[in-house]
Design a protein around this ligand. Structure first.
Ligand code: P6P
Length: 335
């Protein structure tokens, strides 16, 4: 007697077949979405190959140029940015690309010409860690642009623009693709022997609590008092500290194990360091979809923030619900 469950739940499912299956469940789906994700899949496989071969191909190190934030660009930042634009640019349903590496958005086509979506991305987050082989990653968000209007910057910053998908690819000990399209978070791992991202786990669920905090404590003297109160509390509460200094790697550990990741404002960076559009927002969608919380240090939900500038920064506090609650309690000086 064949056990149908054995053949229906544990199929060898690729990222592409997973997305196509998801579209089949939505009769109104147009195939636009899988067309975009296939470009992100191709781009990240290509970037992953470049990252693995960086020292062999002598593409480590910095360029003389600085990016829009006055940060020295790594050679692989630019290479990764070009790869993503080459893959996404050919998708006729994308109107706008917003990259950490470029001051201005790339306007591919107006909404009237079919540009229904924008893609925000950080091509290679954490790239300053490349020369010591620490996990780095590509972060992306897929935005459906509002009906009408000309597309472009106005559409991207419109309150009617909707983030319909978010994810990251971590180039670590394995190449992991985390994806949400609004119905939970699924994890895929690149099987190099067949060149496909294969489904590793459906429905990633953040544990409600885990005594792990992740923050760059070297800046403690520059943190707001509430953050220092929280750290004192965590030290007295037998927490473990884990900080990699690469957001994709730190958030990935938080999604898998639980805990809290904190990048607060500091006296020298009162607005925070992490960028809203292509770091905080996609990570916030993933964390919320996995049952966690993503807020600014004053407790405002990241996904309720309305961007006014492509490269604006924000403080970020995300992770397990109870861990974020502990943090916010310490931040509340009246508590
Ligand atoms: P710091 C990498 O440069 C990055 O943008 C994030 O990936 C990471 O979380 C953060 O900066 C690390 O910043 O100040 O601790 O080195």
């Amino acid at each position: 007697m064949v056990n149908p469950t054995a053949w229906t739940d544990d199929n060898l499912m690729s990222l592409q077949s997973h997305v196509l299956a998801g579209e089949r469940d939505h009769p109104e789906a147009t195939g636009d979405f899988s067309w975009i994700l296939s470009a992100i899949s191709l781009a990240t496989k290509t970037i992953g190959n470049k990252v693995r071969r960086a020292r062999i191909d002598d593409v480590l190190g910095e360029l003389a140029a600085e990016n829009t934030h006055g940060e020295r660009q790594q050679k692989l930042d630019v290479i990764s940015n070009d790869i993503i634009k080459a893959c996404l640019g050919s998708r006729a349903n994308i109107g706008v690309l917003v990259s950490e590496e470029e001051e201005e958005p790339t306007i591919l086509r107006t909404r009237a010409d079919g540009g229904r979506y924008a893609v925000f991305f950080d091509p290679l987050d954490g790239s300053s860690n490349l020369n010591v082989s620490v996990g780095v990653g590509t972060i992306f968000a897929v935005i459906r642009l509002p009906e009408g209007g000309g597309g472009g910057l106005e559409a991207v910053l419109s309150r009617q623009a909707t983030m319909v998908a978010a994810g990251y690819v971590l180039y670590g000990s394995s190449t992991v693709f985390m994806l949400t399209t609004g119905t939970g978070v699924d994890m895929f791992v690149l099987d190099h022997s067949i060149g496909s991202y294969v489904l590793a786990k459906r429905g990633i669920a953040l544990p409600p609590s885990q005594p792990i905090y992740s923050i760059n404590e070297a800046y403690s003297a520059r943190f707001p008092e509430g953050v220092q109160r929280y750290l004192d509390w965590a030290h007295r509460s037998s927490y473990s500290s884990r900080y990699i200094g690469s957001m994709v790697a730190d958030v990935h550990r938080t999604l898998i194990k639980g805990g809290i990741f904190i990048y607060p404002a500091t006296t020298d960076r009162p607005e925070g360091k992490l960028r809203l559009l292509y770091e905080a927002m996609p990570m916030a969608m993933l964390v919320e979809q996995a049952g966690g919380i993503a807020v600014t240090q004053d407790g405002t939900r990241v996904l309720d923030l309305h961007p006014t500038d492509l490269h604006q920064r924000t403080s970020v506090v995300l992770g397990s619900t109870e861990e974020v609650a502990h943090f916010l309690k310490q931040m509340d000086s009246t508590s």
